[in-house]
Structures are given as C-alpha cells and as structure tokens.
Write a protein that binds this ligand. Structure first.
Ligand code: NAG
Ligand code: NAG
Length: 356
C-alpha cells in the first residue's frame, strides 16, 4: 500500500514536472516570437490632416450599446460582456447620434491623437511544426527553430470617413473633366474601422511575406533580405478590379513603413494619391503626418494559448447600421454604411502548411 502511494506521488510529481517543463519551453518560445513581433511591427504614418485617430477598444466600448437589426436594445450597457453568437444582426451603437459626435471634435469618435496611448493588437497564430506524414519531414527540419507563425497587427479607429462621389439623381456617376454634373455626396462613413497588416514567418527569424490591407482589397509582398525591402508579389493573379499597389514597402530598421489613408485609414506602401476605384473615381490620400511607432504599443495575443479579451469574439458589427442610402439599401451605397465585423471573423491571409 505504502509503496503504491509513494509510487503514485512520485509519478504525480514526475508528470507535473514534465508539464511544467513543456510550459516553460513554450514560454521561452513565445518570448522569442514576441521579440520578433515587436522587431518587425510597422511604423504607421498617419496623414497630415487626419481628424479621425485610432482608439483603444476598451475606451470605444464605453460609449456604445448592443442593438439588433430592428434597432431594439439588446444590451444597454456592456459591463465587460458582449453577445458571442455569430450574427450580423447585432450592432454596437453609439449612445449619442453620430452627427453630434462628429460635430464635437473632442468626442471619442475622433479617437486619440496621442498615439503613445493607443494599443495595437498583435494576434499570433502558431503553426504546428510536427509533420503529418513521412514525406513532410523536410518541412519539419526547416521549421525546427519554431519561428513558424503568422501575426496580424490590428488597429481600431472609431470612425471611418467616407468618400465624396458624384451623384446624378440617386445614381453615382462619372465626373466629366473632373467636374461633377450632379451633386457631390459623401458615401461610406461608418462607425468602427478595423485595419490590419500581417506578416508570415516560416522558420526563420525574418518574415517571408507581408500582407497589407486597403479596404476590401489588399496585396502580398515578399521580403528581400538583401535590400531589406518588401516587394510586391507579382505572381498573384488579379481578380476583378483591384487598386494599383505600390511595388515596394521600405523598412526602417526592421520595421515596415506603411501609410494610413486620410480619414479612411486604408493601408498603403507609399505617400501620395492611391486610386482604388475607377468608377466612380475614388482615391485615398496618404502622407507623412504623424509617425506611429507601433512596437511601443503592442498587446500580443497567442491564439489558442490564452484567454482573450471579452470583445475579441463579438460576432456582430462594430458600429451603427447603415442609413441614408441611395437607390436600394441592399446595394449598400449609403452615406453611412454598416460597421465592420470583428477581428476573428476576418479572412486569414496566410495558412499553415501542416494544417491544410
Ligand atoms: C483629410 O481629411 C480631412 C477631413 O477629415 C480634410 O479636411 C482634409 O482636407 C483631408 N486632407 C487631405 C490631404 O486629403
Ligand atoms: C453642431 O455644433 C454647432 C455649434 O457648435 C451647433 O449649432 C449645431 O446644432 C451642432 N449640430 C449637431 C447636429 O449637433
């Protein structure tokens, strides 16, 4: 009896130490990953005349409540909770009207111009390093040092300023010789604006690729170690109308230099005028306004290994529902469009080889 109990105790301690060992090893690994996430996080240049700055999500959530598609209140105050169902019927609505918040330049809708106080949410997906079958051993060897992960840098802006388009009657039209024969209207304002950039590491302490997102589009860039720049990946076929993406993303130290467009916050590789739609003609303007050294502000999350903030999994939309639409509401051409969906519901731009 006594022997058995000692044995039991011994094996218990053994298993405990083993688990502890695995945990310590993982912590060590995560620390190395976090160092890379910081080392390669972007410098983001906000536009010189930007009026809508980013904000911490926790601050934004103080000013909104949850409503359903009929405008009925589902949760009048959040108090650290949000509904988790995946449904776009739920909206985070501002307590005050958007018009009055926009009118007040000190309201939360204008974000926080003190960028040192605003978090960038870096979401890390670790890829498995163990091969599924014999012939994947080669992959295994390459990834031995475990730098096999993807990170997406997420930024939250409380407001996205829409674009001026030319409207004839209720139809968006072309401008003739840069003059609008109808009326100029702002389309696509919305509360809540998630913007992002991603990096993929496939076994080396330098990234392999970068993905930059501008509105509903985006582009892949490949890292050129020799010249320390990211180059547009020309091998990817263009599908449908796509904006013209700059060829190169430069770096400052290791940090990719990117530009956040004035008002709309689409991310681009260069300062200047970025055309992302021809008809109606819509452009983004980027420039050297305020630099944001995001590595000082990172909140890093390891997906699947830790508890995430309660708002991560919110399955609804991050803003007021659309209103003041042209033509049909369904087309979504509205002065105010719907808020975006949350971080975890967005498409992944990189996938893990072993997990396919
Ligand atoms: C930037 O947007 C603001 C409105 O938020 C506007 O007043 C300003 O003219 C824009 N600047 C540029 C360079 O487009
Ligand atoms: C905007 O502000 C001005 C003066 O500051 C005020 O007269 C006007 O009523 C406000 N508009 C809204 C929609 O709050």
């Amino acid at each position: 009896m006594i022997i058995r109990r000692q044995f039991c105790l011994f094996s218990f301690i053994f298993v405990f130490l083993l688990q502890l060992g695995v945990k310590c090893q993982r912590l060590d690994e995560f620390r190395k990953v976090e160092d890379l996430v910081k080392k390669w996080s972007p410098v983001i240049w906000l536009s010189p005349e930007e009026k809508y700055f980013p904000l911490n999500v926790d601050d934004f959530l103080k000013y909104v409540y949850v409503s359903d598609e009929n405008g009925e209140t589902v949760m009048p105050h959040l108090n650290g909770k949000l509904p988790m169902y995946i449904t776009e019927r739920f909206n985070l609505m501002t307590h005050e009207s958007v018009e009055s918040l926009l009118n007040d330049s000190t309201s939360f809708l204008h974000g926080n111009s003190n960028l040192n106080k605003v978090s960038v949410y870096a979401v890390v997906r670790h890829c498995s390093t163990s091969p599924k079958s014999e012939n994947e051993n080669r992959v295994q060897r390459n990834f031995e040092n475990n730098f096999y992960f993807h990170v997406t840098y997420w930024i939250f802006y409380p407001f996205n300023l829409g674009k001026d388009v030319c409207v004839l009657g209720r139809v968006p039209t072309l401008q003739v010789f840069n003059t609008c024969l109808g009326k100029v209207k702002t389309i696509g304002n919305h509360v809540g604006d998630w913007e992002h950039m991603s990096l993929s590491f496939v076994g080396k302490p330098i990234p392999d690729k970068l993905y930059i997102a501008a509105h509903t589009s985006g582009a892949y860039y490949i890292y050129n170690e020799k010249y320390r720049i990211f180059q547009l990946d020309g091998t990817i076929k263009k599908v449908g109308p796509r904006p013209k993406f700059p060829e190169i993303i430069r770096t400052q130290g290791e940090h990719p230099i990117v530009f956040s467009a004035n008002g709309s916050h689409g991310m681009w590789a260069t300062p200047g005028i970025q055309e992302y739609m021809k008809v109606p003609k819509v452009t983004d303007i980027t420039g050297y306004g305020t630099p944001w050294f995001t590595w000082n502000n990172l909140r890093i999350f390891h997906l699947g290994y830790e508890n995430l903030p309660y708002w991560f999994n919110f399955g609804g939309r991050w803003g007021n529902p659309k209103k003041k639409c042209l033509l049909f509401k369904k087309l979504g051409i509205c002065e105010y469009s719907d808020g975006p969906t949350g971080i975890l519901r967005k498409r992944q731009h990189f996938s893990c080889i072993n997990n396919i």
